[in-house]
Design a protein around this ligand. Sequence first.
Ligand code: SAM
Length: 252
Amino acid sequence: KLSQRLQTIADRVTPGSRVADIGSDHALLPVYLVQSGRSPGAIAGELNTGPFQAAQKQVASAGLKSAITVRQGNGLAVLEAGEADTVTIAGMGGVLMAEILEWGAQNGKLSDVKELVLQPNVGEDVVRQWLTNHGWLLQGETILEEDGRFYEVLHAQRTDDFARANEALYDPAFLRRDAQEVELWRGWLYRMGPYSLRSPSPLLHRKWAFELQKLERITAQVASSDQPEAIVKAEEFRKEIREIQEVLACTP
Ligand code: SAM
């Protein structure tokens, strides 16, 4: 049985898609996708030797060597154009994820890919921004909580007229903020999620209550120092806390 996190990713994969799972570790996701019949075949990519061997073992013991190819390499370098309909990347930071996508885009690895399912552990805003800047439209997002941690799963597809679609998706007008602060509130849509903020779930509030607690702890620590930089830093944290509270208070 898959973790709730990996299941949420699997559920976003369009049935019938050939999948490339990058940073696959034990290849649990591709094995599930093929075993369940959701994908006819998959590629599991891994940079590091330990996880690469674990993926090979997992695929062999599931008897899926003919349907799942395990390849060792950096990011999307393991993929040839035209081999996959869906790319999944999960369990790494958003900055690394955006680097992998950027390299892939520049090297033609994504030209035939129709769908991305991404689960950044942190830095979700970096990933959303990358998607917007590269012709992808976020189709949906899910927040989930498992073992005391919050995760976000982002689902993106290509769209004609993505520029206009993205403009509308990240238009903060629904937050009814001061028009002068559009850029600021757009930034919060990128951080907290344009779908999550339009229909806020209890999980969104729990996730950000947890983030606020963390920020308040850090602020108190920083504020206990009398260094001038610490005073500036504490003020920055307080501003961030106020903004998060304001955004949440403005959601529909
Ligand atoms: N995707 C699995 C999941 O979500 O359960 C595994 C996540 S694991 C925390 C991250 C994996 O990404 C590790 O196995 C690591 O070796 C791999 N990795 C890190 N950087 C990578 C890169 N540039 N290309 C491919 N794999 C990478």
